[in-house]
Design a protein around this ligand. Structure first.
Ligand SMILES: Cc1cc2nc3c(=O)[nH]c(=O)nc-3n(C[C@H](O)[C@H](O)[C@H](O)COP(=O)(O)OP(=O)(O)OC[C@H]3O[C@@H](n4cnc5c(N)ncnc54)[C@H](O)[C@@H]3O)c2cc1C
Ligand code: SF4
Length: 479
């Protein structure tokens, strides 16, 4: 069997042990290539085609899930794919990494009645993989290219989705990114075991083949100001994401082998992409054989613990100051991590890092939960005389991200931001305080999800198109 046909492996031919592993993976919607047509049809036929499509309502892209499930159940895969891609620029990516338990699948009526959700994400992924396999995914053909051009800052999912939609409308599109590769957090943040990098690179190539220009190693604010970019293009989209890691200022923070999550994950992703990464190659950013402590309870923390396991760490502990029920990360991710051998130390907060040059122990305190705070979540309170030490030779801080100071970085005081530092954009038009400059994705929402970035990118494209049409009409009237 050719390697690329692996996705059509017949489960019935596998040993019971392998079958159960594959099934578990399928149940958790993990990376697996062995999803087969028969399994997809069987799963899709479980959809009850209920009158009110709660799955669709809870999908940020309003994907027409019931229709493509019905077509899949009937074996009409190409038609199912066409419907699924009509509302989503990266269905194979969302199928892999959306937290479906909080979105479409969590609201499936069958799940609600206790019979286990239809595995919507897996089917979405399967349909698009089948489409790639059969050459159904074609580059955009631009019949008559417009003279108008749009500059997009940031090649993450928001920028990419916006670029594709604008290209479909015949505009010239250039995407600028400060990284050497495109994809944003899809390429350097989210680990390979959740989202294989060849899947992201394939999408980028598809957009390049569609005539979208990519300019990498180009930092707006350094290589050109926003004003200069604005002079070059007829409209601008800011889709720069949020990258300022939240810090934890504790005694001993300056000891060696304490790293922010993105540094650890980027090193691991770069290695997966075949890059030379000195800090990984010399063992500093490699968890192999180490006692790893990850601080934080969100999805980034889960990615760090699970990456450490895959790098053969000696032990992996996750320190979180609330309990399991109050963790911000996806319940499914926590379950996966537990299954893989991660030890969670709930209701604990670090107080000090101990060691001579490098970290050797984390001193932590036990917490209890008090009354809800402003966010509605119960506030963690320190318990007296409850300190304890955890052995650690690699500490990873995964406490979340805030936006960088974009008005300052871009040299543009008129760019208004919210009190959280996110860019203020008109809710209806996605336009910022600067006319002709739009914004989308994490930089307007704060750290969020890929599917929301895609939704924003699509909405921004609609609004940029309207803006440019109005501008052209106005020019014609004046002329
Ligand atoms: C570790 C991790 C794991 C995650 N896992 C998931 C998951 O499993 N599922 C999920 O749905 N979401 C996940 N997310 C969230 C998701 O990745 C983001 O919500 C999404 O990528 C946001 O898209 P974006 O396009 O707004 O920004 P980004 O993906 O962050 O892309 C922004 C791009 O802008 C570029 N840029 C920034 N500043 C400049 C500048 N000045 N000049 C030029 N370029 C610039 C950056 O280099 C980057 O390429 C995860 C996030 C992290 C950190
Ligand atoms: S995009 Fe995400 S939420 Fe929507 S159907 Fe696909 S997996 Fe579910």
């Amino acid at each position: 069997m050719k390697k690329k046909m692996l996705q059509f492996v017949d489960l019935k031919q596998e040993t019971p042990e392998k079958r159960s592993t594959l099934k578990r993976k399928a149940d958790f919607n993990e990376i697996y290539n062995e999803f087969i047509t028969e399994k997809a049809k069987e799963q899709s036929s479980r959809c009850s085609q209920c009158g009110v499509p709660f799955c669709q309502i809870h999908c940020p892209l309003s994907n027409n899930i019931p229709d493509w499930l019905k077509l899949t159940a009937e074996g009409r895969l190409k038609e199912a794919y066409e419907i699924s891609q009509s509302t989503n620029n990266m269905p194979e990516i969302c199928g892999r990494i959306c937290p479906q338990d909080r979105l479409c699948e969590g609201n499936c009526v069958i799940e609600q009645s206790g019979h286990g959700t239809v595995t919507i994400g897996s089917i979405e992924k399967f349909l698009t993989e089948t489409a790639w396999e059969n050459n159904w995914v074609k580059p955009i053909e631009v019949r008559k290219e417009s003279n108008l051009s749009i500059g997009i800052i940031g090649a993450g999912p928001a920028g990419l989705a916006c670029a594709e939609e604008l290209r479909k409308k015949n505009y010239k599109v250039t995407i600028y990114d400060r990284y050497d590769r495109s994809g944003g957090l899809l390429i350097y943040g989210i680990p390979n075991f959740k989202l294989e990098k060849h899947v992201v690179l394939r999408r980028i190539k598809h957009l390049q083949d569609s005539g979208i220009e990519f300019v990498n190693n180009f930092e707006v604010g350094k290589d050109k100001s926003l004003k200069e970019l604005k002079e070059k293009h007829d409209a601008i989209l800011i889709a720069t994401g949020v990258y300022k890691a939240r810090e934890i200022e504790l005694p001993g923070s300056d000891l060696g082998n304490i790293f922010p999550a993105m540094e650890f994950l980027t090193a691991s992703n770069r290695k997966g992409l075949g890059d030379k990464v000195e800090l990984f190659d010399n063992g500093v950013l490699n968890a192999e054989g180490k006692d790893v402590v990850v601080i934080g309870g969100g999805d980034t923390a889960m990615d760090c613990v699970r990456t450490s396991i895959r790098q053969n760490a000696k032990s992996v502990k996750c320190l979180y100051r609330r309990d399991k029920e109050n963790m911000p990360g996806s319940a499914r991710e926590v379950l996966n991590a537990e299954e893989e051998g991660v030890e969670f130390i709930w209701l604990s907060s670090p107080k000090k890092f101990l060691g001579s040059n490098k970290v050797e122990n984390v001193k932590a305190l036990k917490m209890k939960l008090g009354d809800p705070d402003d966010s509605g979540r119960r506030k963690p309170i320190e318990q007296n005389d409850s300190d304890f030490d955890i052995k650690a030779d690699l500490v990873i801080k995964a406490l979340g991200f805030d936006p960088e100071n974009l008005p300052e970085l871009f040299g543009e005081k008129n760019l208004q931001i919210s009190r959280w530092g996110t860019i203020k954009a008109d809710f209806d038009t996605m336009e910022t305080s600067i006319p002709g400059v739009f914004a989308a994705g994490d930089i307007i929402r704060g750290a969020s999800l890929v599917v929301w970035a895609i939704k924003d990118g699509r909405d921004a494209a609609e609004n940029i198109d309207k803006f440019l049409k109005n501008k052209t009409q106005l020019k014609q009237k004046v002329a």
